[in-house]
Design a protein around this ligand. Structure first.
Ligand SMILES: Cc1cc2nc3c(=O)[nH]c(=O)nc-3n(C[C@H](O)[C@H](O)[C@H](O)COP(=O)(O)OP(=O)(O)OC[C@H]3O[C@@H](n4cnc5c(N)ncnc54)[C@H](O)[C@@H]3O)c2cc1C
Length: 299
């Protein structure tokens, strides 16, 4: 593939690529639609000496207002999944939206992903983050991922037991690997109507307890188990606290919403304010679940 077909675009605002709707421009961005295009994009970055940052649906990302240097590789168009309703095996490309996959699985009588319907991320992002909700998580159903080194090289498979999954953690968070695709194994032979009911009821539970109408990134902080971050924040009376256009949601205290004109710096300051207040009162420092890109002390 020639670089001409890759269509790298220059100076593109990343706010449109994150669910918080904040983030400055990417120096370069490519949105590959096939694995070959991903590999070509990685080659392009290497050949042009550009650092490369991979993003999925941007639903767990705080990107600085100054933007990101080098190439941002957005995988949200790398979509597609094959579901085998007999074996329960699903092969999904990294950019496949996890709620779409959850609904398709339910229709095919495959049980396992009903918890995922309200998580607006991609398959790749879910594997990296070990996304989960309502008692389920990615690690429970994922068999393997196919990855490629971001610096270039051959793709290879990592099996579940090699991924060091933990609460909202996988080893992929520490390594310079791009997830191309994932294989799940669900339980076949279930009643699609019942699965659809379970999926829909999970979604309505979430939309009634979490703020889905304003831009957010879901839960900002990891729970300092056995404690709940949202509970600690709420007990300090911080619901409604604002920095600029960023506000601690009055619906769920572990959510920071963009009320319209928030900047990434506003959100980051609010994150630090919460960390300081919680630490002063409870001697516990909350750690963001959200990944900060372009900040000096990135998490
Ligand atoms: C309204 C709302 C509700 C949410 N609820 C939940 C919830 O219940 N449970 C939960 O766990 N999360 C939740 N989230 C957070 C988020 O959706 C998940 O963390 C999700 O898995 C992130 O996927 P993504 O594709 O958006 O990844 P991004 O946010 O784009 O990226 C997250 C991290 O993964 C890396 N990454 C992404 N794709 C790849 C890839 N293909 N290869 C290598 N690295 C990659 C990025 O570099 C980054 O470090 C919620 C978010 C929102 C906005």
């Amino acid at each position: 593939m020639h670089s001409k077909q890759l269509k790298p675009r220059q100076n593109i605002p990343l706010a449109e690529f994150t669910t918080w709707r904040v983030g400055g421009p990417a120096t370069w961005i490519i949105e590959p639609e096939s694995v070959d295009e991903v590999l070509a994009a990685l080659q392009w970055a290497k050949a042009n000496g550009q650092p490369c940052q991979v993003i999925g649906a941007g639903s767990n990302l705080l990107i600085h207002d100054n933007g990101l240097p080098g190439l941002t590789l957005s995988l949200r168009r790398l979509q597609g999944a094959d579901l085998d309703s007999n074996s329960g095996v699903i092969e999904a490309l990294a950019g496949e939206p996890i709620p779409t996959l959850a609904r398709r699985a339910a229709r095919a009588g495959l049980k396992g992903l009903a918890w995922a319907v309200g998580i607006p991320g991609t398959v790749g992002g879910a594997a990296v983050m070990n996304a989960g909700a309502q008692g389920g998580c990615t690690a429970d159903w994922l068999e393997a991922v196919r990855v490629v080194p971001i610096q270039g090289g051959e793709s290879f498979e990592l099996k579940r037991d090699q991924l060091e999954f933990d609460y909202r953690y996988s080893r992929l968070q520490q390594e310079n690997l791009l997830v191309l695709s994932a294989r799940f194994r669900l339980e076949p032979g279930h009643n699609p109507q019942e699965l659809r009911r379970e999926t829909n009821s999970n979604l309505s539970h979430r939309t009634s307890t979490q703020p889905y109408t304003l831009p957010s990134c879901g839960s900002v902080f990891r729970n300092p188990e056995p404690l709940k971050a949202g509970r600690l924040i709420q007990e300090l009376g911080l619901k409604g606290e604002r920095v600029g256009g960023a506000e601690i949601s009055s619906v769920h205290a572990n959510f920071i919403v963009n009320t319209g004109n928030a900047t990434a710096v506003d959100i980051n300051q609010l994150i630090e304010l919460v960390q300081d207040r919680v630490e002063q009162r409870h001697a516990v420092r909350l750690h963001p679940e959200v990944k900060r890109l372009g900040f000096a002390a990135a998490a």
